[in-house]
Write a protein that binds this ligand. Structure first.
Ligand code: CMP
Length: 140
C-alpha cells in the first residue's frame, strides 16, 4: 500500500454543531494524519467551481447553497491508502446507508447535510488539494 493524500471537507452542518473535534478524532483514530487544515467561509463561486462536476445534477443549486450556509473546515489527510480509508471512515454518501461507527452514520443529518466530503480517486484528490491548498501549507 502507498501513502496517499486526500482532500476532506467538514461541512456546514457539522461546523454549526461544533463537531470538528469529534470528526477529527475519527480520522486520527482511523489511522489518518491531518497534514493541513483551515476553517473558511466559501464563496458561491468557489463552491460552484469545486462541485462543477455536479453542475447538471438536480441537487446542484441546493448543494452550493448548503455549502456556503456556514463555515467549512478544509483538510488534507495523509496515510496508507488514505483515499479509500477516508471513504470507509466517512461511510456511505446517504447516511441511511452508512455503516455503524462511520462519521455519516453518527453525525450526518441527510444526504445533503452529510457532514463530510472526501475525494473519490487519486486524480480528483490531487485536483481538489491543489484547488484549496498551496504546497507550503501541507506539513506532514
Ligand atoms: P459529496 O461527497 O460532498 O459530493 C457531492 C455531494 O452532493 C454529496 O456529498 C452530497 O452531500 C450531495 N448530494 C445532495 N443530494 C445528492 C444526491 N441525490 N445524490 C448524491 N449526492 C447528493
Amino acid at each position: 500500500m502507498a501513502v496517499e493524500r486526500t482532500l476532506s471537507i467538514i461541512k456546514p452542518d457539522a461546523t454549526r454543531r461544533n463537531l470538528t473535534g469529534k470528526i477529527n478524532a475519527k480520522f486520527e483514530d482511523g489511522g489518518l494524519r491531518i497534514v493541513a487544515q483551515k476553517r473558511v467561509q466559501l464563496s458561491k463561486a468557489q463552491a460552484e467551481q469545486f462541485y462543477g462536476v455536479h453542475r447538471e445534477r438536480p441537487f446542484f443549486n441546493d448543494l452550493v447553497s448548503f455549502m456556503i450556509s456556514g463555515p467549512v473546515v478544509l483538510q488534507v489527510l495523509e496515510g496508507e491508502n488514505a483515499i479509500a480509508r477516508n471513504r470507509e471512515i466517512m461511510g456511505a454518501t446517504n447516511p441511511a446507508n452508512a455503516a455503524e461507527g462511520t462519521i455519516r452514520k453518527e453525525f450526518a443529518e441527510s444526504i445533503e447535510a452529510n457532514s463530510v466530503h472526501g475525494s473519490d480517486a487519486a486524480d480528483t484528490a490531487a485536483q481538489e488539494i491543489a484547488f484549496f491548498f498551496a504546497g507550503i501549507e501541507l506539513v506532514g
